[in-house]
Design a protein around this ligand. Sequence first.
Ligand code: 3H9
Length: 696
Amino acid sequence: MERPTVTDPIVILEREGPVGLIGLNNPPVNAASHALRVGLRDALHAFLEDREVRVIAVYGVGRSFVAGADIREFQTGRKPPLLSDLITEIEGMEKPVVAVCHGNALGGGLELALGCHARVALPGLKVGFPEVDLGLLPGAGGTQRTPRLVGLKAALDLIPTGKRITGEEAVAIGLFDTASTADPRTAALGAAHAVIEGALPARRTRELDADIDPALIETAKAKAAKKGHFTAPQRAIEAVAAAALPIDQGLAEEVRLFKECMEDPQRAALVQAFFAERAVAKIPEKDAAPRKVDHIAVIGGGTMGSGISTAALMAGLKVTLMEVSAEALARGKGTIEKNLGGAMKRGKLSDAAHAAALTALNTTTDLSALAEADLVIEAVFEDMEVKKDIFRRLDAVMKPGAVLATNTSYLDVDAIAAETNRPGDVLGLHFFSPAHIMRLLEVVVAQETLPEVTATGFALAKRLGKVGVRAGVCDGFIGNRILAHYRKVADYLVLDGAAPQEIDRALEDFGFAMGPFAVADLAGLDIGMMTRKRLAPTRDLRERYSPIPDRICERGWFGRKTGQGYYLYGDREGPNPAVATIIDEERAKAGITPREITDGEIVDRYMTAMIAEGARVLEDGIALRPVDIDAAFLFGYGFPRFRGGPMFYADTIGAAELVRRIEAYAEEDDFFWRVPPLLARMAADGTTFADLNERG
Ligand code: 3H9
């Protein structure tokens, strides 16, 4: 056997008789960076010139084939050879080139495979076009080659959706030619020999025809439009439609649309969202070794506790659920079973995993039965005395080294920890409802929390498939503290002249899935009422207060669950006329003449308040970096992903303009509208929130 020749650490070149083997080696995910493209091109050229080589096989070294273009280059600029040109060159090569894929063949990685002359899938392979999630479309031939290989319907099922499928599914639809169970290098060698022997046919995808039915294109566009304001899926569908043209024209159209995506502000925001999801794991405690967690205990079987239990069971953990009575336990267990059944129906859980999850659930009414759990999460109602009592009892029974977590959404975690003799083991794990679906998990680090306990919270988040965001202790932590502030703006706008439904519509047009009043109705107006009651003793009387929500609650209207709130539910859908009367009465009482408020003003005030409180949260050290706030809002508060998060969005406005707005609003209300010192400094020296992220 000839020894491997390493020409470049990023590309491993070997010749084995008539086979030229190219191993791509760009950890961690083999992104098609500039260096990888250069290395691949040079390796291919070397084998084209080598007369002994009859077939070339490309495979991935490490975890994966190629997970796509190097996303960082979209921010820094792309240098030739561009992936699209390289793939077209490969397709035209005289010698057959085979792609052997394991791990991930995503985006540009899948496109590379499609430009090769045959494709082999290895076990565990995931393929797809996640470009649309980054505000892009497959820009290296994917929109032209996919419909040629698998037909229009299957192409439209993949490209505008970002859906990932398995290698087996890819073979079944004809995107891949065959499968192998060998390791990548052995499979690559085998596939090359199969090509030489004629057992694996090699062909150029460009020589196939695509049958483009305009009706299917229109249906796909209408379906994508239902998903909201995303521009990339629409452009991706247009690019697929161009597969009706001769391939070089189609490829040119794909490049044109790809460039449009690159210039669209949604692209930068979505790329930021991708990196935000990963950046939040970079915490000061990241080098601490997390404690082992296989068994968690959950106290409280309400919506939250059941959701948390479901999330843990879905991740393969053993769960012991505790409630005060057999009836409450039965209700909690019922909710968990319903959640797990739903997850199975949605394809999130296999039949076997569903059965395993059901057996991994134990229930008890006895707190001491939780003693052996590695981590316990208290998820009872928000009452400090009740929580303190539970933590005192947990302190007495839990095994040494167990992590004690509270799911409180605003209470003081330091005060809870102080009830125990092991405050270093205590932290907040704030889940968002429904906890088995929402991806945000605020990991609330109290004064005494040990680094390894924080690291355990982050490891748990990862295991549950959640995005852990590190938060400090204050009322509401990152998310609810900021929410409590900007949510007031919606109530002020109603007092001043906007109808709740106008505010909802303006914010939904901005990109929120639901406006604040529709959300309030869904969550239950009694929740806001309880918060207002709780905060009443500390409320500063200089603060403007809208009595409208209280007036609605006084009637027993708590939103959806009571059939009416800001809106009517059941068969009388639409804004609630009785609420309009309450609003008129309260405006009259306060001597307010309602004024015309534009959608633009609604969005500006709402967003400016969100950003201002975000700046204060940063300054107080509650969030580590602006990106942590962005991630919290993207994954827990329905913030429109294509706007990148509130602090990313703030940079598109600029600190100087934000300060100008706050000062203008302060002319009517200088208590609520105050310029955060951080924002003032940023306006003065031109710093952006992105700069603060860089500084870490
Ligand atoms: C494209 O291909 C465009 C083309 O059509 C057209 C071109 C002309 N680039 O997620 P992880 C980093 S668009 C750069 O934690 P996992 C990531 O930031 C691209 N970096 O691992 C992280 O860095 P750090 C289409 C990337 O095992 C580290 O790798 N492709 C890229 O949980 C580990 O990542 C995609 O959209 C990249 N492409 O998941 C695929 N990918 O450690 C995006 C990852 O410093 N990637 N990184 O935080 C993924 O979906 C997941 O990373 C993957 C692995 C499933 C591959």
